[in-house]
Ligand binder design. Sequence first.
Ligand SMILES: Cc1cc2nc3c(=O)[nH]c(=O)nc-3n(C[C@H](O)[C@H](O)[C@H](O)COP(=O)(O)OP(=O)(O)OC[C@H]3O[C@@H](n4cnc5c(N)ncnc54)[C@H](O)[C@@H]3O)c2cc1C
Length: 428
Amino acid sequence: MSQTTEHTRSYYAYSANPSPQRPALQGSQQADICVVGAGYTGLSTALHLAEAGFRVIVLEAARVGWGASGRNGGQIVNSYSRDMDVIEARHGKDAAHKLGAMAFEGGKIIRERIAKYGIRCDLKDGNVFAAFTGKQLDELEAKKRLWESYGHTGIEMVDKAGMARIVDSGQYVGALLDHWGGHIHPLNLALGEAAAFESLGGQIFEQSAVTGIQHGEVAVVKTAEGQVSARFVVVAGNAYLGDLIPKLAEKTLPCGTQVITTERLAPGLARSLLPGDHCVEDCNFLLDYYRLTADNRLLYGGGTVYGARDPSEIESLIRPRMLRTFPQLKDVKIEFGWTGNFSLTLSRLPQVGRIDSNIYYSQGCSGHGVTFTHLAGRILSEAIRGQSERFDAFASLPHYPFPGGRLLRVPMLTLGAWWYGMRDRLGV
Ligand SMILES: Cc1cc2nc3c(=O)[nH]c(=O)nc-3n(C[C@H](O)[C@H](O)[C@H](O)COP(=O)(O)OP(=O)(O)OC[C@H]3O[C@@H](n4cnc5c(N)ncnc54)[C@H](O)[C@@H]3O)c2cc1C
């Protein structure tokens, strides 16, 4: 399916802060580092490196924040899509301790960026993991103990009675509230980070899809009408990278998730839905996630389907889920519906590494990428500056290709999603 290179028609594009249209790359340029992709991974890396005094050029196929970074649920969720207990069981104590020491850093980087550069992106504190069953609640208690053992001091369990101050839905038996989590207007965060990068002399070219990378001591990154020669390259195209680097594509599966946004609600109604103004995700494998926007809309996402859908189909997919949570919204209109792709890995852990001595990448946050991408930018910039200890902690994790190759990836994942969907419905 062909995709426009302008922003998708989302609530975020509608409410974006003013931002310039950047030129396409033409002719030859030189830089210390060339970054491919202007989502959070690319922008975070570029900003860290520009702060350290490097000359950095970012090449973006579409617009700044056009991919998942400008379309997501806006939820600042700590840690990784697989937690430290799973990392310890699969990869040992040492790996778990090293990754655990960084598990809450991404959210801190976001808050530092917002404060330092005055980014207007509606930051609110607090994210909630809501449980439907006693089993899920037990798992949340275990998560709390685990996170506390890694130094988190801002989490509380909420029982069924306490849920009234969190969310006006009868579905849940309790929750975990993470005060270090929160939510933001994701496109405005990306636009603000791009502006911060440019204020330090960094350059971004939009509508400049990278078509090839010539490896070498000085790598040459090519677009249709130009090229950038750079000592280092960072590939940050994630689920939208396509076949540019087949070795990276075979290790991830792009998955679509859909979001709808209601019309503006009366402030009293909006506040009654989510009295603490926190964001919520539920504990199902195929989870729902939602929050209020700054102008009192409910923004509700969920489901995982492969490939893009049109907005009317998106409304018919997501609205019933929203009404299961909030039947009181049955007469409310939906004003926006859109889809976006995130990148799933088989282990559900992010993949950070090098495809040559000077070509780095990070991809595959598996649905929880707002915080990790910001951490990834910092550890990639550290590695390029010669401090690779934290980069190595991630790079040493195995990156499994999807079994059956590219042809079987989608049917296998669809079958897997069906299986987990069944488990969610049966509450097992
Ligand atoms: C609908 C949705 C909801 C989500 N909700 C949440 C959430 O609430 N919380 C959370 O933690 N995570 C969420 N995620 C995941 C999170 O948004 C992503 O993990 C994160 O934004 C990935 O950032 P990225 O920079 O790696 O990739 P992207 O933001 O996708 O950026 C990649 C960029 O690279 C560009 N690109 C690709 N190929 C090329 C090329 N050849 N040349 C030049 N540029 C190229 C693309 O155009 C794109 O702009 C969600 C994802 C989606 C899709």
